[in-house]
Design a binder for this molecule. Sequence first.
Ligand code: 13P
Length: 262
Amino acid sequence: MKISNQKPFISGNWKMYKTIPEALELVKAIKGASPKLTEAELVVIPPFTILSEVAKIIEGTSVQLGAQNVFWEEKGAFTGEISPFMLKDAGCQYAVIGHSERRQYFGETNEIVNRKIKAVLAYELIPIMCIGESLEEREKEKTIEKVETQISEGLKGIGKEEISRIIIAYEPIWAIGTGLTATPAQAEEVHSFIREKLAEKYGNETASCAILLYGGSVKPANTYSLLKEKNINGALVGGASLEADSFIQITEDAIKAYKEKK
Ligand code: 13P
């Protein structure tokens, strides 16, 4: 599957929320709005238990499906894990890898992230690799250093063809679920650094096509100003993706901002 940043990319990470009936209600509402949101790439990322149910509902629409995590093996005695092959089977096109909550609570390292990225690429899923600094790192002015290490280790051994199938989400940890959002200027500084790094490694043309997302308390009130920034191509939305109205509003605002910056 080819990816492009011609449209804003709006993805909703539902984290560990929603029962099956709740999820179906939400995805049906998003599906209902999707014909007027075709100027955005729209992706929902529900918990594993709901993936195949959601896949059935969105079949034949522009709404796409992602998973919140993945293991690197195809199959085997790995109790509790889900493989890229299984995600494909459930109808996914995307897999979030290295979310800060996975790094923080489940010990995911850059090495693990790298292994997972390679595994999902082999199954033609698009990895959404998450990176970002803690509050302490930001206060010590270590943001760029942290992000640089996460990129270089997370993307180790990734070639030019593969990088064009990877999405990077910058999610400052201090902005996740806190109501604190990076200012558009703070987010843009990191996004432009990420694109520069990609350009150094893979050339300008490849870097200019990369999809770079911002995540961390994205809501209708801040989407437009974030998406107006040159290097921000979309959002990975947590809390505000759990309600159809706010997720749809975010998508509409992103479309508006994207049109105006072209
Ligand atoms: P919030 O939008 O709830 O801050 O979560 C962001 C996030 O972690 C998305 O992956």
